[in-house]
Design a protein around this ligand. Structure first.
Ligand code: TRP
Length: 340
């Protein structure tokens, strides 16, 4: 199946998501669009990070299990082509855990505690001091994911940039220990709009904040969500001048409207006054319905054949494991962990 994938000499992309719920428009803008665009020129590995998801979901392992297939369906629905990209399951590659074990010696607890992404996630989850050790150290496991494939590019949302920086620190330390360039540094591939706000106006669209529009949303759900989209609280009468800053309806149009010239004219009118929020929302709803209808349809077509999805994941995981095993052998050998 994956034999048709882009030649194995193409530069590698490694990326992935924690399967804890359905993917939403935030994922679409932050990384999925790039993954679809880049899959034909790079050798792309997309990882379902189920092991990483467990670092804060040990109380609900069933959720993670169920969402592996759900997220894989989302990938295929948005246009990830299994002939071009290799989708695999993190927990089924023990070499990733093995690499993590070594990398943990190349990073300090203080550095992990300073990682802005980890810090913010600890705050959001209200862990205070009761942080699962696996959660605090997941940047080391993410470094294992990226380096195992010798990826040079990682298409992710803005929030993941500190993860790539920390990965590269581990790479440099490891190569110094090894005395040669065994591991490769990677770059984050972050789109211009790297973060989509939630429909409620909060800085980030996120399942835990309940402010998402999911990729599989029905037409009714899209309509209802657009009605709730935060606009300009000062825009009380139509004739009042409207404000664009923090106005989610316009931020979404920036991200999804194919007619950006028409959008510029609409913005001018809004700022001048005399344009109702409802008109802006009609345009936004049309954009989102058009974007999501084919994705929803494709998802529905695939949903009925879970056997096919599992088969795809099994093959992808086998292919990915062979690559990770090769790098792990090089890493162990560089550390002197080769005896027989
Ligand atoms: N941390 C990512 C997320 O929360 C998932 C992830 C795990 C990942 N390993 C990765 C992303 C390696 C890019 C590269 O969604």
């Amino acid at each position: 199946m994956n034999s048709l994938a882009t030649s194995s000499t193409s530069p590698v992309i490694l990326t992935g998501d924690r399967p804890t719920g359905p993917l939403h428009l935030g994922h679409f803008v932050g990384s999925l669009r790039n993954r679809v665009a880049y899959q034909s020129t790079y050798q792309q590995f997309i990882m379902l990070a189920d092991a990483q998801a467990l670092t804060d979901n040990m109380d609900d392992t069933g959720k993670v299990h169920r969402n592996v297939v759900e997220v894989a369906l989302d990938y295929l629905a948005v246009g990830i082509d299994p002939l071009q990209s290799t989708i695999f399951i993190q927990s089924q590659i023990p070499e990733l855990a093995e690499l993590t074990f070594y990398y943990l010696n190349l990073v300090t607890v203080a550095r992990l505690e300073r990682n802005p992404t980890v810090k913010e996630e600890i705050r959001l989850r209200g862990f205070e001091r009761d942080i699962p050790a696996g959660f605090l150290t997941y940047p080391a496991s993410q470094a294992a994911d990226i380096t195992a494939f010798k990826a040079i590019l990682v298409p992710v949302g803005e929030d993941q940039i500190p993860m790539i920086e920390q990965t590269n620190e581990i790479v440099r330390r490891f190569n110094r220990v090894a005395g040669r360039e065994i591991l490769i540094e990677a770059k984050a591939l972050v789109p211009e709009i790297g973060r989509l706000p939630g429909i409620d106006g909060k800085a980030k669209m996120s399942k835990s904040l309940g402010n998402t529009i999911n990729l599989g949303a029905s037409a009714d759900e899209i309509r209802a969500a657009v009605k709730k989209v935060y606009t300009d609280p000062l825009h009380l009468r139509i004739e009042d001048p409207g404000h664009l800053e923090g106005n989610v309806a316009f931020l979404y149009l920036d991200a999804f409207d194919p007619d950006q010239a028409g959008l510029a004219t609409l913005k001018e009118h809004y700022v001048r006054g005399g344009l109702a929020d409802s008109i802006v929302k009609v345009r936004l709803e049309a954009c989102l319905q058009e974007l999501l209808a084919p994705i929803r349809l494709r998802r529905q077509q695939l949903e009925s054949d879970r056997g096919y999805i599992l088969q795809l994941l099994k093959q992808g995981t086998e292919k990915a494991r062979a690559v990770a095993a090769q790098t792990t052998a090089e890493v162990k050998s560089a550390l002197g962990l080769n005896y027989f």
